[in-house]
Design a protein around this ligand. Structure first.
Ligand code: HXC
Length: 257
């Protein structure tokens, strides 16, 4: 499919998806959202792909939902369209998605990054939930996911004052997994994705699944699920291969079986 607002580049087992509305700092309009969800869903079922990187430009990952598109909408429009509910398609993707964030990740941009599995930030990244400055509040998970990432005090600060957090603060507070020089950001994210793609895909998908369950369930249930999934991986040839490779001091050759 031909996309107008994103670029999709397949590099061996890794797909690089680049948000591409540079003139609007990658503001997330309906078309971009539809294209991104369509592309990620297609990559999820593409057997040649094992991990995905989503990035923007060096100036902006995404400066938020498209304010100019939202501006004139009524409550009835928002409710009828269930505005932004389609983003939920993104969290149904089973393969890992790394957000590589340089520049602004504001409002829906910060929320999109948080919907990915982890965030690698360029040292020029700036995160924020500035919706309050527009007379609204976060609508794609900012109040919920940000609070789980950074805790109540900082999430309140961000959502109530609309201030931005730089990359160092974002790393300090657990919003991002690592910070790298902005110039190397995409390469570093692709390297991390290649590393993930070198492992057995069923174990990768299960690892993603169980970590995500930690946010949705009790500790006892989460531990139970983790143990059961761990057991189930012994039904795969790749468990035998991975452990044999260790014992034989050689690299594993995983077949996703
Ligand atoms: C539409 C946007 C935009 C946005 C930037 N642009 N952000 N258009 N929606 N979110 C456009 C500008 O209008 C401008 O277009 C061009 O991109 C360049 O932006 P500038 O403002 O000129 O750049 P700069 O001075 O460098 O400032 C960068 C910025 C600022 C600090 C990121 O653009 C900004 O504050 N943007 C809005 C951030 C924001 O409030 N995001 C939250 C959105 S609400 P022209 O045509 O003038 O060149 C949201 C809700 C999510 O995300 C939940 C929904 C349910």
């Amino acid at each position: 499919m031909a996309y107008e607002t994103i670029l999709v580049d397949k590099r061996d087992k890794v797909a690089l998806v680049t948000l591409n509305r540079p003139k609007a700092l990658n503001a997330l309009n309906t078309q971009l959202m539809k294209e991104l969800v369509t592309a990620l869903t297609a990559l999820d079922t593409d057997d040649s792909i094992a991990a995905i990187v989503v990035t923007g430009s060096e100036k902006a990952f995404a400066a938020g939902a498209d304010i100019k598109e939202m501006q004139g909408k009524s409550y009835a429009d928002m409710y009828r369209e269930d505005f932004f509910s389609e983003w939920e398609g993104l969290v149904r993707v089973r393969k890992p998605i790394i957000a590589a964030v340089a520049g602004y990740a504001l409002g829906g941009g910060c929320e999109l990054a948080m919907m990915c599995d982890f965030i690698i930030a360029g040292d020029n990244a700036k995160f924020g939930q500035p919706e309050i400055t527009l007379g609204v509040i976060p609508g794609m998970g900012g109040s919920q996911r940000l609070t789980r990432f950074v805790g109540k005090s900082k999430a309140m600060d961000m959502c109530l004052t609309g201030r931005m957090m730089d990359a160092a603060e974002a790393e300090r507070s657990g919003l991002v997994s690592r910070v790298v020089p902005a110039a190397n950001l995409v390469d570093e994210a692709i390297k991390a994705a290649e590393k993930i793609a070198s492992f057995s895909l069923p174990s990768v998908i299960m690892a993603k699944d169980v970590v995500n369950r930690a946010y949705e369930t009790t500790l006892a249930e989460g531990l139970r699920l983790e143990r059961r999934m761990f057991h189930s991986l012994f039904a795969f040839e790749d468990q035998k291969e991975g452990m044999a490779a260790f014992a034989e001091k050689r690299a594993a050759n995983f077949k996703n079986r």
